[in-house]
Design a protein around this ligand. Structure first.
Ligand SMILES: Cc1cc2nc3c(=O)[nH]c(=O)nc-3n(C[C@H](O)[C@H](O)[C@H](O)COP(=O)(O)O)c2cc1C
Length: 311
């Protein structure tokens, strides 16, 4: 059992935040499949939330799920993040708050947010402290190993001192982007140095890899692997490969996209979610191509349903 602040997770597994992907559709679907300990939203701009920007408010609209949902905030200013966290705590049903200190996108970094905070430890400390004082909700912070050089022992120590309830580490540097392999060899020593739970992240694509990493850390965050195999959380919870109802998955995915997005956005969303499926299904590049060549949502959906018949 993994405990984050006063929140007990039924499983030590978390759906990692992914912009454009861990929206309402994916979180609802993952929750229906089951087995996931908690889920994190797409990254949400603290400034947008604080100003109650209409699009931001739409992105954070609540819905109930069995596994708790965290909202991920990003920003550079401690007061903006604190104010956004206070709004989330007072006005939404989110179970916890995660602060983004890992995003490598140049525009985000230049503004001092995301992994930019890893280069400025005093500001990082101010951010965590300010958010901590503004919310009673469980608070986690997601970092990378460092910006250009590893400083994760220092950043996570400060994050712990400033009152976060857990820390999630993507075992790559900002300068690595998504290249190479995540450096899980650093996990054991880092765990030793912390009192709060350590959630590890990076390259978990299979059940065996997840179980191996769960021996090193308190919990794992899974991003792309959950899109490649949406049954992965259930498999980890049951510790064995589950029956994978691909037909049911693609139909439900398409239904939820149609329910929550206007026509002009549906095809793009379907492509975004399904492009990762090939990673767990070798030899399926040809259908990936067909989806990408589809002219509209109906065509792509029809093709997916043909490829993945109902069980
Ligand atoms: C398309 C995409 C969007 C992402 N968006 C976010 C984000 O909004 N916030 C964040 O902290 N990490 C984001 N990440 C990073 C993931 O949370 C995770 O750290 C990374 O993908 C490594 O984990 P994985 O190998 O399990 O995918 C994103 C990753 C991808 C592939």
């Amino acid at each position: 059992m993994l405990q984050i602040g006063n929140l007990q997770l039924a499983q030590p597994t978390v759906l990692a935040p992914m912009a454009g992907l861990t929206d309402r559709v994916l979180r609802q679907l993952m929750d229906e499949i089951g087995g996931c300990g908690a889920m994190v939203s797409e990254m949400i701009a603290a400034e947008g939330l604080r100003r109650r920007n209409r699009r931001t408010m739409e992105m954070i609209a609540g819905f109930s799920t069995r596994s708790p949902q965290f909202i991920q905030l990003f920003g550079a200013k401690p007061e903006a993040l604190a104010e956004a966290a206070a709004i989330v705590s007072a006005e939404t049903g989110y179970a916890g708050i995660d602060v983004n200190m890992g995003c490598p996108v140049p525009k985000v970094v230049r503004s001092g947010a995301g992994s930019g905070l890893l280069q400025d430890v005093p500001r990082l400390a101010q951010v965590v402290g300010a958010v901590r004082r503004s919310t009673p909700l469980p608070l986690t912070v997601k970092v990378r190993l460092g910006f250009n050089q590893v400083n994760v022992t220092e950043t996570t120590r400060v994050i712990e001192q400033e009152g976060a309830d857990a820390v999630a580490v993507h075992f790559r540097l900002r300068s690595d982007g998504y290249k190479g392999s995540a450096r899980w060899e650093l996990a054991a020593a880092l765990k030793e140095s912390l009192r709060i739970p350590l959630l590890g992240n990076g390259d978990i694509m299979t059940l065996d890899f997840a179980l191996e990493k769960l021996r090193l850390v308190d919990g794992v965050l899974i991003g792309r692997g959950a899109l490649a195999n949406p049954f992965l959380f259930r498999e980890i919870a049951g510790r064995e490969t589950a029956e994978r109802d691909w037909g049911g998955y693609v139909r439900r995915l398409a239904d939820l996209i149609a329910e929550h997005y206007p026509e002009r956005k549906r095809l793009g969303k379907l492509k975004a979610f399904t492009r990762f499926l090939v990673l767990s299904r070798p030899g399926t590049r040809s259908w990936k191509r067909r989806i990408f060549l589809s002219q509209d949502f109906r065509e792509a959906r029809g093709f997916l349903e043909e490829t993945f018949p109902c069980a």
